[in-house]
Ligand binder design. Structure first.
Ligand code: SF4
Length: 480
């Protein structure tokens, strides 16, 4: 058994990783779907080994921080039996596969991706050699849901499309970008197996790049997507479909993982519950599981937006469930400042961080909540450095941590970005704003947006509409 002193850096359940606030252990939850018994077991685990809370990650995994001792082997065994731990220890740290949290219940979906998620999880569990791949290797399955994961970061994405002229649903393959390859549903696992097999071969030839296992992007840079696909085609019993199909415009519901929504099963609804920074107390998890068992199907779904969904609630029971969620100190509104708040681990969990993102995010949002009322959601992302692990595309407001000198002291500050125009963070609006000044700066941004926006315009779209010098002038403290 591994000792805490001998832990590797990529966290899994069997292999925690050391962070500044203790050992961090991560559970891979395929597709983010949990049943009642799994929830109760997780809550008990958190109470026994940690400080009473857990966190949903941006890949819909669960992580337990501040573990104070090793998890006993018999507990691991229980977790394996419940499907909460990999059957083989070696594959435990491989990244989660991502799917929409509304797979199977989304009214817009083309295809229920849950069987594919299970099939791919089973493939991973029976191919321990894939543990040689980078632990950051990631696969996403998009079934065409309104609550879409299509724009989230995955090395490989299979996105459902309807073949034009008939009702058949196929998948389009994305490797960072659209490859134009069309895959039949029955071919998906074989294609993924071939892609991972070729990636494994590449990893054997180049075991380390900059001291780390190579990422799929390194393979793509070396081989190019076309030659990668030609290599895998040689190992497949069928040719890859290169016929072009028309890509459909699919509506994506921003923050559709929050709030009350009717399911495709018309007698039922789901409720998306906001978890500020993905944090949930073990007692809240236990009570939500009890509620889901009593009133719904006993299913909780973790979302890549670090929230949680209770599905299959009879429409007549929705008000009761909403009330019980409120009794737990939680809510399902998308228009509170803490609903769409994201922060990376920050300096309590990551050596690269310049700032304590998690504490700053909660404090600043708590302060602003006293002063501002929203009528549409605003996404705010705190990043402890420019690597931006917690959010991979520009959103409404992005804050990137830095250290600055003020009156002879080194203090925490943030560069403030807004909008979606420039990668990776949007356009910089204010540089080097101290933590003390941050609430006022963000308050100005929200108030100006609320005063001058077009109907239906998000804060990011509003900022993108202005020339940067005019926007900075409009938001300047001198004008307020
Ligand atoms: S964004 Fe930077 S500080 Fe935050 S977790 Fe990633 S590496 Fe660490």
């Amino acid at each position: 058994m591994l000792l805490l002193s001998d832990l590797p850096t990529c966290p899994g359940l069997f292999y925690g990783s050391r962070s500044r606030d203790g050992v961090l252990s991560r559970m891979r939850i395929p597709g983010g779907i949990l049943n009642v018994q799994q929830c109760r077991t997780i809550a008990n685990l958190v109470d026994r080994y940690s400080t009473g809370y857990l966190q949903v990650t941006n890949r819909a995994n669960l992580q337990i921080r501040e573990l104070h001792s090793e998890i006993a082997p018999e507990v691991w065994q229980d977790l394996q039996e419940l499907g909460l731990a990999s059957r083989r220890v070696e594959v435990d740290p491989i990244r989660n596969m991502m799917a929409s949290p509304t797979a199977g219940i989304d009214r817009q979906q083309l295809l229920d991706t849950r069987p594919l998620v299970s099939a791919w999880d089973n493939y991973l569990q029976t191919h321990p050699e894939l543990s040689e791949l980078s632990a950051k290797f990631s696969i996403g399955f998009d079934g065409g849901e309104a609550v879409s994961i299509r724009n989230l970061r995955n090395d490989i994405l299979l996105a459902a499309e309807r073949r034009s002229g008939n009702s058949e649903i196929v998948f389009r393959l994305y490797l960072k970008g659209d490859t134009g390859i069309i895959i039949e549903q029955s071919q998906c696992i074989a294609v993924l197996a071939a892609l991972t097999g070729a990636y494994l071969e590449y990893t054997k030839k180049r075991p380390r790049i900059d001291g780390k296992k190579p990422r799929l992007r390194h393979l793509l840079a070396d081989w190019g997507a076309e030659s990668y696909l030609e290599k895998i085609e040689k190992n497949l019993p069928f040719a890859l479909g290169r016929r072009s199909i028309e890509l459909s415009e699919r509506a994506i519901a921003p923050n559709g993982n929050l709030g009350i929504h009717r399911q495709r099963q018309s007698d039922f609804s789901y409720i998306g519950i906001a978890l500020p920074l993905g944090k949930l107390e073990s007692k809240q998890l236990r009570k939500l599981a009890n509620l889901a068992q009593k009133i719904a199907s006993g299913t909780l779904r973790l979302t890549p937006w670090q929230n949680l969904v209770i599905s299959d609630i009879p429409n007549s029971e929705v008000s009761e469930v909403k009330q019980q969620i409120a009794d737990l100190g939680l809510h399902s509104s998308a228009t509170r400042l803490d609903s769409c708040l994201v922060a990376c681990a920050g300096n309590s969990g990551c050596a690269s961080a310049a700032t304590d993102t998690q504490t700053h995010a909660l404090e600043i949002v708590r302060d602003l909540a006293q002063k501002l009322t929203l009528d549409r959601s605003i996404n705010i992302h705190f990043s402890g450095c420019e690597k931006s692990c917690a959010q991979h595309q520009p959103i409404d407001i992005t804050l990137v941590g830095i250290q600055i000198q003020q009156k002879g002291e080194t203090i925490a500050a943030y560069n403030i970005y807004a909008g979606r125009k420039d990668l990776p963070f949007g356009r910089q609006i204010f540089p080097a704003v101290s933590v003390a000044e941050m609430p006022r700066a963000i308050e100005r941004m929200v108030r100006v947006y609320q005063r001058f926006r077009e109907p239906q315009e998000s804060l990011g779209e509003f900022c993108d509409r202005w020339a940067i010098d005019k926007l900075q002038k409009l938001l300047s403290p001198d004008n307020h």
